[in-house]
Design a protein around this ligand. Structure first.
Ligand code: AP5
Ligand code: MG
Ligand code: ZN
Length: 217
């Protein structure tokens, strides 16, 4: 299954992708996670990406397309993958089509998690992530059993640098201008489904799995 998980910042793409990874044993490809890993490692890519991410802007298309092209060519993508946060511009979507054609693949399904703008800032500001295993929590909607400690591995939680109200407002306006147009881009292809992301986390997963159970690979 070649899946594309779409949705505005904070909609639940990463949370849901992690659940589908477990269920379908295919990798999650999150450009945001890849950029954050590069920032941590202090690579050239990380240095270039950090300034954009801190400002809530998109990393330039040529950089982003390059890392996705390399990632999709890896062996573990042969049985499928879940793209999370890519593409975010029409240029990236056109490039994805070309990359997949070169690899003899195409998208099976586009899943758009819909959450109204007014809920998204609260979701981002309250998000907490495990430093050790990357599990995602929320102080109100998905709290850990012990404050500040990951339920899965006991790791320490941290807050992303771009998860503050000011940067989130910028990310939402970038989404409206550059990424929302992709809804129409994919609607025309007949593989697009919208999921109500305001429901409880497990109910959203249930809806996604139900869509995927009727999809031909
Ligand atoms: P990225 O890391 O992709 O961030 P994003 O798109 O802004 O999305 P988020 O990761 O913030 O949200 P999510 O949808 O994954 O939500 P989550 O599941 O965590 O990108 C970061 C930056 O990298 C960009 O700004 C850009 O600079 C750069 N970048 C990345 N990709 C790029 C690209 N293709 N081109 C150019 N630049 C790129 O959930 C959020 C919170 O809500 C969590 O706390 C969670 O517990 C909670 N939650 C989840 N589901 C629910 C629910 N159903 N009910 C209540 N709470 C919920
Ligand atoms: Mg994410
Ligand atoms: Zn953990």
């Amino acid at each position: 299954m070649q899946l594309l998980m779409m949705g505005p910042p904070g909609a639940g793409k990463g949370t849901q992708a992690a659940k589908l990874v477990k269920k379908f044993s295919i990798p999650q490809i999150s450009t945001g996670d890849m950029f954050r890993a590069a920032v941590k490692e202090g690579t050239e890519l990380g240095k270039a990406a950090k300034a954009c991410m801190d400002a809530g802007k998109l990393v330039p298309d040529e950089v982003t397309i390059g890392i996705v092209r390399e990632r999709l060519a890896k062996d573990d993508c042969k049985n499928g993958f879940i793209l999370d946060g890519f593409p975010r511009t029409v240029e990236q979507a056109d490039a994805l089509k070309k990359i997949l054609a070169e690899l003899g693949m195409k998208l099976t399904q586009v899943l758009n998690i819909h959450v109204p703008a007014e809920d998204l800032i609260e979701r981002a500001v309250g998000r907490r992530i495990c430093k050790n295993c990357g599990a995602t929590y929320h102080v109100k909607f998905h709290p850990t059993k012990v404050a500040g400690t990951c339920d899965d591995c006991g790791g320490e939680l941290y807050q992303r640098g771009d998860d503050n109200e000011a940067t989130m407002k910028k990310r939402l306006s970038v989404y409206e201008a550059s990424t929302r147009p992709l809804i129409d881009y994919y609607k025309g292809a007949g593989i697009y489904t919208e999921i109500d992301g305001r429901q409880a986390i497990d109910k959203v997963t249930e809806d996604l799995v139900s869509v995927l159970s009727s999809v031909k690979d």
